[in-house]
Design a protein around this ligand. Structure first.
Ligand SMILES: *Cc1c(COP(=O)(O)O)cnc(C)c1O
Length: 402
């Protein structure tokens, strides 16, 4: 084949001439909503926020939506609404953004790490069950990259052990399990609208639930502990001010008009990549599940199969792929418990220096992420990804670790 770009060859894609889609995607919907809201002077927690909560909850098939400042705050709200606090144990995956575990510490509960599956990067229900103790009150599975965890298994664990399932759906806008949206399947679920996410207002978050009481309690926490239709200066819970602004909701309402179409486009492109990439021995694709009736993609993950690359490491492979003009990254570099936050004695009484989740540690060395923005390009652009991966695989003997 041809000389690798990292070795001075011509890249598969010249990104100066042919760039990848930029993010965020915005249009007249955001512009109009934002301008109207701006000029109305109604910037505070009102009709726009309410409308977005209703529409986003409906989009994920949930009965109730409670917006807030960000996904991290939404996780804290979810834990508090489920009554989780002092000394309670909450099972979380270590392959995630830090908030999945730090939110648990924030409510004085104890994160217990269970391992993930290599072929989905999702929390492994078998290891999660093995970590259940008398103190366990909830499991917080992450629908990693947008691929729903096996909710049938997790919901039956919830029933058997009387636990809450709090879905960290901060990668899974638009994903559906058996026809129902993620975030609406457990006791509650949370989403982020931070700028890197598939629908964004720069910052923002929401909690979804089918349970009115959970939604009401979450609302109270997000709104200074106020009650429902009770006097303004009467406070019932130790809440905080986590309210979303009308300006954010105005943007999100615009973004939401595009979410379905973008979700379908990403899924179509990812399905095409799955077909085209399955025969490259050096990489391993993530699994599928017929119960996943729609798969939102926050990124396209595949695994670098180390044994096949004769000493070349994943980081060098990613550099080679980027040199060919394909946006890709190593993703989460470490299991969450390896963060300095956990690598010192903490108040939880658990010594996280002794925690080892073998598959998570392996995935941190082997995962390759292509961002969701690339999946918004055309099918011919997916061919560039296929060509580049084939080229790097074919020419692997010319790669030297950097
Ligand atoms: C982004 C993210 C969060 C937190 O969202 P913020 O809005 O950035 O606070 C939580 N969990 C996961 C898995 C995320 O990717």
């Amino acid at each position: 084949m041809k000389k690798l770009a990292i070795n001075g060859g011509v890249p598969v894609r010249n990104t100066m001439k042919k760039s990848w889609p930029s993010w965020p995607v915005v249009g007249d919907e955001e512009r109009k909503n934002l301008l109207e809201t701006f000029e109305s002077g109604k910037w505070w927690y009102g009709e726009r926020v309410k409308e977005f909560e209703k529409k986003f909850a409906a989009f994920q098939n949930a009965k109730y939506g409670v917006t807030c400042t960000n996904g991290t705050a939404a996780l804290e709200m979810a834990l508090l609404a489920c009554g989780i606090g002092d000394g309670d144990e909450v099972i979380v995956p270590p392959y995630s953004f830090v908030a999945t575990a730090s939110a648990v510490l924030k409510v004085n509960a104890i994160p217990i790490f269970a391992d993930i599956e290599l072929d989905s990067c999702n929390l492994d229900p078998i290891d999660a069950e093995a970590k259940i103790s008398k103190k366990t009150k909830a499991i917080v599975p992450v629908h990693c990259a947008g691929f729903p965890v096996d909710m049938d298994r997790f919901l039956s664990l919830a029933e058997q052990y009387r636990l809450h399932i709090i879905e960290d759906a901060c990668h899974s806008w638009g994903s559906q399990w058996n026809g129902k949206g993620t975030g609406a399947l457990g006791t509650c679920g949370v989403f982020s609208f931070q700028v890197s996410k598939n629908i964004t207002a720069g910052e923002g978050g929401i909690l979804l639930s089918d349970y009115e009481e959970i939604a009401d309690t979450a609302r109270s926490y997000s709104n200074c502990g106020r009650g429902k239709d009770t006097p303004w200066y009467e406070h019932y819970l130790l809440g905080s001010n986590l309210r979303m602004t009308e300006l954010q909701a105005a943007i999100l309402l615009g973004q939401l008009t595009r979410l379905e179409e973008q979700t379908l486009k990403r899924e179509e492109n990812a399905t095409y990549l799955n077909q085209q990439l399955q025969n490259i021995p050096g990489i391993s694709l993530m699994k599928n599940d017929a119960r996943v009736t729609r798969r939102g993609y926050h990124m396209y993950i595949f695994r670098f199969v180390r044994e096949m690359w004769e000493g070349i490491d994943r980081n060098r492979f990613i550099e080679a792929l980027n040199a060919e003009g394909i946006p890709s990254s190593i993703g989460y570099p470490n299991p969450l418990y390896k963060n300095p936050l956990f690598q010192k004695p903490g108040r939880s009484g658990i010594d996280y220096r002794e925690v080892h989740c073998a598959k998570t540690e392996q995935i941190c060395e082997e995962a390759c992420w292509i961002p969701h923005t690339a999946l918004l390009a055309e099918k011919s652009d997916m061919d560039d990804i296929v060509t580049a991966l084939t080229k790097v695989w074919t020419e692997r003997k010319t790669l030297i670790n950097g």
